[in-house]
Design a protein around this ligand. Structure first.
Ligand code: NAD
Ligand code: DAU
Length: 369
């Protein structure tokens, strides 16, 4: 039986991980530590908390005293660190907050684990798993092979630089202090509970409300999309079977340009409106309700500064050694995701209010200049 501290467990991937873990490892102890920033939502894990499947603690990974108390009182043997500022566009507006959480916060968490796990009565089996990103490797040209675990780091955004710094700190704590750690560098996730600042949920919600779908630059940038459930399973395999000190790249092996992925989403939303006439009544502002194709909402806007052109992940190591294969293909995963947002309107209405509306309006106005 493991006793896990899941940091950032009220965010997109962390919440999915908690649902996954509570289902697949029901006898384990789950403690979530989350600062509930604009991106953290208790609603995403409320059913788990209400059912006693996890304990939620509101707090910051940078608060060493709080983390130490949790590690000791809960006898935590496994830390999975999802907590981060995660949106590239926000890192361009406000890099300092990314350094604070992603670098200093991560270091404070590492330090608390190092100290707590050195004590004589510490749990005998221990693991610090750090959730990182393929963005640390920078951008690929069209013909270049995918990122491997040996690709040199070349981050281009303040977000990616902060994640790269955290990865180096995790490595340093492993080499210097023997902290038993692993790192996963994953590609773009999508699926339920994703905050609508990210491309796919942003486009789904904008379609439902008849707003423009902003395509940065020419829209030919390529991302390697992975369904979040596959990411959670990959982390599970790493926690079970990886030796400490290892890093693992995780990707979905997709190579579609943004404009094509948004086009697929548009067609899925239009098909849902055709199959379910009641949707036009629920979303009267949508293009589909007004007899137009959702693709008519796509609009090219100013590009993101320093925008990485292409990511592709070589998942050969985790496939060969841990037998990981992404189970959800992009078409099926997008269809499931569109269905989830249609079925969970109260969730996205509750998270996409206030601060989000103001931020989006500013962001979109700037992108049109
Ligand atoms: P998210 O922005 O949806 O969630 C981040 C969570 O961390 C939120 O619940 C937030 O409240 C919490 N948090 C932020 N600062 C905190 C702090 N100082 N202390 C405690 N909690 C804090 O992010 P996500 O998309 O779920 O990403 C989770 C992790 O996975 C991040 O580390 C990100 O870099 C990494 N990652 C994300 C993707 C992706 O496609 N979303 C891909 C690869 C890696
Ligand atoms: O690759 C992994 C990374 O994927 C994670 O580490 C990050 O936390 C996560 O946010 C994501 O980063 P991206 O920048 O790739 O995701 P985003 O959804 O912001 O953008 C996806 C692509 O779509 C990117 O090429 C930018 C583009 N885009 C994005 C938005 C928000 C648009 O064209 N229009 C938009 O409105």
């Amino acid at each position: 039986m493991k006793r896990l501290l899941v940091t950032g467990g009220a965010g997109f991937i962390g919440a999915n991980f908690c649902h996954y873990w509570a289902t697949t490892h029901a006898s384990d102890r789950l403690v979530v530590l989350d600062a509930l920033t604009y991106a953290g939502h208790l609603a995403s894990i409320a059913t788990l908390e209400a059912g006693g499947a996890l304990r939620f603690v509101h707090g910051d990974i940078g608060d060493g005293a709080l983390v130490t108390t949790l590690l000791e009182e809960e006898r935590i043997d496994t830390i999975v660190n999802f907590a981060a500022e995660s949106h590239v566009d926000r890192s361009i507006e406000d890099p300092a907050s990314f350094l604070k959480t992603n670098v200093l916060g991560c270091q404070a968490l590492l330090e608390a684990a190092r100290v707590a796990w050195q004590k004589p009565d510490a749990p005998s089996s221990r693991r610090f798993h750090h959730v990182s990103t393929d963005e640390v490797y920078g951008s690929l040209s069209p013909a270049e092979a995918g990122f491997t675990e040996r690709t040199p780091y070349a981050p281009n955004s303040p977000y990616a630089a902060s994640k790269a710094a955290a990865d180096h700190l995790v490595r340093a704590y492993s080499s210097t202090y023997g902290l038993p750690s692993t790192i996963s560098n994953c590609s773009n996730n999508y699926g339920p509970y994703q905050f609508p600042e990210k491309l796919l949920p942003l486009c789904i919600l904008n379609m439902l409300e008849g707003r423009v779908l902003p395509i940065y630059g020419d829209g030919l940038q390529i991302r390697d999309w992975l369904h979040v459930s596959d990411h959670c399973r990959a982390i599970d395999l790493i926690l079970q079977d990886s030796a400490p000190g290892e890093t693992w790249n995780v990707g979905g092996s997709t190579q579609d340009p943004n404009i094509a992925v948004v086009g697929m989403l548009c067609d899925l939303v239009d098909a849902a409106f055709t199959a379910q006439p009641g949707l036009a009544m629920r979303f009267p502002g949508s293009a589909a309700a007004r007899g137009k194709a959702s693709r008519s909402l796509m609009q090219h806007v100013r590009d993101r500064p320093g925008h990485d052109r292409r990511y592709a992940v070589d998942s050969g190591k985790i496939r060969q050694r841990l037998k990981f294969v992404a189970a959800t293909d992009l078409a099926a995963g997008l269809a499931q995701t569109v269905r989830w947002y249609l079925d969970n309107e109260s969730w996205w209405r509750s998270v996409a209010s206030g601060e989000y509306r103001q931020w989006y309006a500013r962001q979109y106005a700037a992108a049109r200049k």
